[in-house]
Ligand binder design. Structure first.
Ligand SMILES: *[C@@H]1O[C@H](CO)[C@@H](O)[C@H](O)[C@H]1NC(C)=O
Ligand SMILES: *[C@@H]1O[C@H](CO)[C@@H](O)[C@H](O)[C@H]1NC(C)=O
Ligand SMILES: *[C@@H]1O[C@H](CO)[C@@H](O)[C@H](O)[C@H]1NC(C)=O
Ligand SMILES: *[C@@H]1O[C@H](CO)[C@@H](O)[C@H](O)[C@H]1NC(C)=O
Ligand SMILES: *[C@@H]1O[C@H](CO)[C@@H](O)[C@H](O)[C@H]1NC(C)=O
Ligand SMILES: *[C@@H]1O[C@H](CO)[C@@H](O)[C@H](O)[C@H]1NC(C)=O
Ligand SMILES: *[C@@H]1O[C@H](CO)[C@@H](O)[C@H](O)[C@H]1NC(C)=O
Ligand SMILES: *[C@@H]1O[C@H](CO)[C@@H](O)[C@H](O)[C@H]1NC(C)=O
Ligand SMILES: *[C@@H]1O[C@H](CO)[C@@H](O)[C@H](O)[C@H]1NC(C)=O
Ligand SMILES: *[C@@H]1O[C@H](CO)[C@@H](O)[C@H](O)[C@H]1NC(C)=O
Ligand SMILES: *[C@@H]1O[C@H](CO)[C@@H](O)[C@H](O)[C@H]1NC(C)=O
Ligand SMILES: *[C@@H]1O[C@H](CO)[C@@H](O)[C@H](O)[C@H]1NC(C)=O
Length: 732
């Protein structure tokens, strides 16, 4: 297993150590007969023929090209040295190395991040460098050097799904076009499951491959291998058609020259794997404009919305069929991940919830599938829209405590002391910049509150430090949701119920009438929202899909850190400290670790359109202030697990109906756990006639409009033009 474990960051260094560079490649010509020359020739002839297309070349050729350039030892060592200061900001370094036993048993193995880096450094120095792959499985911890993510993205052409034909037997992998053909086409054949991949048991092979993903939970990672409607509805800013096809972080992994699928009926297919050539492309590919701001993003397999945000970040739906007449569905695959749609996101939720209640809907299903997070305060706001009377505090935050953080905090807190805390947009640019950059920052101790809701009295009180698990951490703190500067941290919105904003709303749905489903890809802000929903309101969660196993799984399988920071933002913080210092202070800072941030190498070497982030804040449960284990390392089973069926991979409302049936109907799709409560069982008794009908599994309710052609089979992750600096967002 360990040979397959992978860190984008560490592997990135491995890639860099290969010494490959864009300019080196461009200098190559095919007169040398080198693999890079062949790539160049193939790519240029494709772009000559079709200038708007992204060139693709055989995966093997791209891989040989990358590996054909000799190691530049000094460049590799420079990069290793200059990334270290940023890694210090990663809140979970000590816990990754020494995790709780339950994390090791049920989630992932330990990783000694700095230890791994030391080994790579030693190998680079002694000339025995060979790729070393390790994973942190923290979606907030990412760095992709140009050599890995800047030249090629790898892929496979055939998307798969993992489904259970009857919703009860173990799921098996199928070719998605087969499922589409049998669901929506005229096909009379019965799709045959993939039993082997490259000669190995397919489920074992896929579990290993899934480990290249960004999530920590193994069932969530497994789901992310496959084609999924919620992900497709996010367009090119998502994990595409799943990591098997090179979506999400699968795009950085060499998939081999070919991949052989063997089906149960004895047939085999050999897929020729490819690499997309990222340099010099001017056009757009099949994922064309799917996620672009001005364009409405299609959502194949979704019913007609009551209301939706144009990029499907949030949308409201009703279910057809008399049995489901009282049910509303709020689909939330993002908390405004990579765009700037905070206001329309909030307004869509507000409008839909009010309309649903007005339309007589009494039950609400919330679908968080594919939700990599986004604007943190949007998660708080949506919770307050659902539970206006509950104070939205379910977990405290903390950061690592070390010199650089202490110095930034001292500086920002001192500067802020002499300026009034007012929101003053449009009047005084100097003040505005100060408010945005420094006063509203979490490094000004006045921005947050202590867990008891009282203000901190000084930076020293907030900073601590306190020792846990052999590392040092700040004191615990919580958001001050009533803060006058909230709009600066929220993308412009006020939080429902705080600071005088919409304080008079009533709860739209009773707790037992709300159920949330996820595909495990619930990360970052999605986990913050979920913590509020589960721990404070007691809302039940369904985990969809997962590995080909029985038993309960986690619904929240993505990074549970409560805030990430870009490395460039970290560097900017340091630059602000210098900017606001006098000569004496600057000289002093030059003797501290702040001087280590004065190097552009990590940024110059980062691949275009990739993020460079660390997880900055841990979330700590309210009942764990003594032990303070970061939630990232806590295993939390869902209330119920439901397998994907073929129909659910073509029509998402089939999944919503299965959840409704299991929570409030007579049939129960949970293969583990249960959604029934005493009150819903009572409700059930009174409406038993209405809900009692056999579960129809295989026949897909085909909407008139649904056509095979609606489902993109060439959708690949493409983050060009996206904002990758959202705090509280796990970049795919
Ligand atoms: C590469 O080789 C092809 C065929 O051998 C030739 O037509 C082409 O001009 C060459 N291109 C370059 C850039 O040398
Ligand atoms: C290796 O990298 C260094 C920068 O660290 C650069 O100055 C040097 O030119 C590179 N050497 C080669 C052979 O590209
Ligand atoms: C190089 O360093 C690595 C890591 O310390 C070590 O495992 C390896 O044996 C060394 N190889 C040589 C040839 O010295
Ligand atoms: C089904 O077959 C009929 C007759 O061959 C054809 O006209 C129709 O387009 C087919 N439908 C689909 C969805 O392939
Ligand atoms: C076997 O199953 C595969 C996958 O469903 C299908 O593409 C193929 O046509 C089938 N072959 C036969 C001979 O039925
Ligand atoms: C990366 O982005 C920069 C700035 O947009 C551009 O000049 C450069 O060509 C890009 N590099 C690649 C490899 O696409
Ligand atoms: C769309 O672009 C406009 C400017 O072109 C910008 O003001 C707006 O914030 C963008 N919206 C989204 C959702 O990205
Ligand atoms: C603008 O704000 C700054 C910072 O508080 C202050 O020093 C300056 O006097 C203000 N300028 C005006 C014109 O009010
Ligand atoms: C809440 O207050 C607003 C503004 O004061 C008012 O327009 C609205 O009708 C009130 N809503 C309820 C449910 O009382
Ligand atoms: C520099 O700033 C520090 C902190 O505000 C102050 O104590 C010190 O007197 C200043 N030194 C000079 C030379 O202005
Ligand atoms: C601090 O270090 C930087 C970078 O080496 C240098 O440019 C600057 O002059 C130094 N500042 C002081 C006050 O020593
Ligand atoms: C249902 O009611 C029984 C008896 O009142 C109680 O013991 C049980 O805990 C309840 N279960 C739930 C899920 O509330």
């Amino acid at each position: 297993m360990s040979s397959l474990r992978f860190s984008i960051l560490v592997a990135g260094l491995a890639g860099l150590a290969v010494g490959y560079s864009d300019t080196a490649w461009k200098r190559q010509t095919n007169s040398t007969g080198s693999p890079c020359a062949s790539v160049s020739y193939l790519a240029s002839s494709q772009t000559a023929a079709s200038p708007s297309a992204t060139a693709t070349v055989p995966a093997k050729l791209a891989y040989e090209c990358i590996n054909s350039v000799p190691l530049n030892v000094s460049a590799a060592l420079d990069l290793i040295e200059t990334v270290k200061p940023y890694w210090e900001w990663q809140s979970t370094i000590a816990y990754l190395k020494n995790p709780p036993a339950e994390y090791v048993e049920k989630i992932q193995d330990p990783v000694d991040v700095f230890g791994e880096l030391d080994i790579i450094e030693a190998k680079v120095k002694n000339g025995s460098f060979a790729s070393e792959y390790e994973s942190t499985h923290d979606g907030h911890f990412v760095y992709v050097p140009d050599s890995v993510g800047g030249i090629f993205n790898f892929g496979r052409t055939l998307p798969l799904v993992s489904v259970s034909l009857d919703g009860k037997s173990l799921p098996q992998p199928y070719a998605y076009p087969d499922i589409l053909e049998t669901s929506l086409g005229n096909a009379s054949f019965t799709p045959s499951p993939t039993v082997k991949i490259d000669g190995e048991s397919s489920t074992a092979w896929l579990e290993n491959w899934s480990q290249y993903g960004s999530l920590q939970d193994r069932d969530a990672l497994y789901n992310n291998v496959f084609y999924e409607l919620a992900i497709v509805a996010l367009g090119t800013s998502s994990a595409g058609m799943g990591t098997f096809t090179g979506g999400g972080r699968g795009r950085w992994i060499y998939p081999g020259e070919t991949t052989t699928l063997q089906f149960e009926n004895g047939t085999s297919v050999v897929l020729k794997n490819f690499a997309k050539v990222l340099t010099d492309f001017t056009g757009i590919d099949s994922g064309e404009a799917l996620s672009k701001n001005t364009t409405s993003t299609p959502a194949p397999g979704y019913p007609t919305p009551v209301i939706r945000q144009q990029n499907n970040l949030i949308g409201g739906y009703y279910l057809d069929g008399e049995d489901y007449a009282d049910i509303a569905v709020l689909s939330v695959p993002s908390f405004v991940g990579s765009s700037n749609a905070e206001e329309s996101f909030q307004a869509t939720g507000q409008t839909f919830l009010a309309e649903a209640v007005a339309a007589g809907k009494t039950k609400l299903i919330i679908d968080l599938s594919a939700n990599g997070g986004g604007t943190i305060l949007q998660g708080y706001d949506l919770f307050k829209q659902l539970f206006p009377s509950i104070d939205a505090f379910a977990a405290a935050d903390r950061t690592r405590a070390f010199e650089a953080i202490d110095l930034v905090g001292q500086s920002f807190s001192a500067i802020s002391g002499s300026v009034p805390r007012t929101l003053d947009w449009g009047n005084n640019e100097t003040l505005e910049a100060l408010e945005e950059n420094i006063i509203s920052s979490n490094f000004n101790y006045r921005t947050d509150e202590r867990p008891d809701g009282k203000p901190f009295s000084s930076w020293a009180e907030k900073y601590g430090p306190y020792e846990f698990n052999g590392d040092e951490f700040s004191g615990l703190f919580r958001w001050n949701l009533s803060d006058v500067l909230t709009p600066i941290n929220s993308g412009g919105i006020q939080i429902q119920g705080y600071g005088g904003y919409r304080t008079n709303l009533t709860q739209p749905f009773a707790t037992e009438n709300i159920v949330v489903l996820t595909d495990g890809y619930c990360a970052s802000t999605c986990t913050i929202f979920s913590r509020l929903m589960t721990d404070l309101a007691g809302v039940r969660y369904v985990a969809m899909g997962g590995r080909s196993t029985s038993g309960i799984t986690q619904a929240i399988g993505g990074v549970k850190g409560t805030n990430d920071l870009g490395w460039d933002y970290v560097q900017y913080l340091v630059s602000l400290v210098y900017e606001n210092a006098n000569a004496t202070q600057k000289a002093y800072y030059n003797t501290t670790s702040l001087a280590d941030y004065n190097d552009q190498i990590p940024f110059l070497r980062a691949a275009n359109d990739t993020a460079y982030n660390i997880n900055f804040r841990d979330g700590i449960k309210l009942d764990d202030f003594e032990g303070q284990t970061p939630l990232q390392f806590v295993y939390e089973p869902a209330d119920c697990r439901i397998y994907w069926t073929p129909g659910m991979t073509v029509d998402i409302s089939s999944a919503w109906k299965a959840v409704a049936d299991s929570a409030w109907g007579a049939s129960d799709w949970c293969v583990a756990g249960s959604l029934k409560t005493n009150s819903t069982i009572r409700t059930l008794a009174t409406v038993a006639g209405r809900y009692s009908r056999p579960a129809v599994v295989q026949s897909v309710p085909i909407r008139q409009r649904a056509k095979r052609e609606d489902y993109p089979l060439g959708l690949y992750t493409d983050l060009r033009g996206q904002n990758l600096k959202k705090k509280g967002y796990m970049v795919p």
